[in-house]
Design a protein around this ligand. Structure first.
Ligand code: SF4
Ligand code: SF4
Length: 171
């Protein structure tokens, strides 16, 4: 069991802070604006990104002091991960919390922070800045791709990446 990866052996609660942080795949999907239907409570993703989200790296551009600029930014914690209904189905925290495994493109599995982008999972290159969109127009930006679990990377790419990873491990 000792040689098994920690995320298959521990619950989120049992992880160290460093392990917890590494569960984030860097997709940036949680930083997209969502619309909640007032009567049903259903939540829909839009392609409108938070003004602090870098559209290419999918990282928060001001993470340590983000609340100075985005007071309603929600911090995901071990305590609230169960209560956040809008985590995308590919989110590492959601997957582990639901007792599922990480996908091949997760940086912990692939060893490469680019694979989440190469596999077409992340928000890279397909969002608009919230400062360019009137909040009343958000419904024109509804998208389903943040809910897509499927492997969008061409099979040849996935196979090539896996071959590369195996070769790297042998070195
Ligand atoms: S959706 Fe989950 S895995 Fe993706 S950036 Fe947000 S916290 Fe990280
Ligand atoms: S402030 Fe940063 S972490 Fe919070 S939603 Fe915006 S980009 Fe994401």
């Amino acid at each position: 069991m000792e040689d098994q990866p920690f995320w298959t052996q521990k619950t989120l609660n049992e992880m160290t802070n460093a392990e917890w942080e590494s569960i984030c795949d860097g997709c940036g999907l949680c930083c997209l604006n969502k619309i909640e239907e007032w009567d049903s409570g259903d939540i829909y993703f839009t392609s409108v990104r938070c003004k602090l989200l870098d559209s290419e790296s999918c990282q928060c551009s001001s993470y340590p002091n983000r609340w100075d600029f985005v007071p309603d930014c929600v911090q995901l914690t071990k305590e609230n991960v169960d209560d956040i209904p809008w985590l995308p189905p590919t989110c590492g925290y959601r997957l582990i919390n639901e007792g599922r495994g990480l996908y091949w493109w997760h940086p912990l599995v692939s060893g490469d922070r680019e694979t989440v982008h190469l596999a077409g999972i992340s928000a890279r290159g397909r969002t608009v800045d919230e400062t360019d969109v009137d909040v009343d127009d958000y419904e024109n930006y509804l998208v389903e791709w943040p809910l897509t679990v499927g492997d969008k990377a061409p099979k040849s790419l996935a196979a090539a990446l896996k071959r590369q990873m195996k070769a790297d491990r042998r070195r």
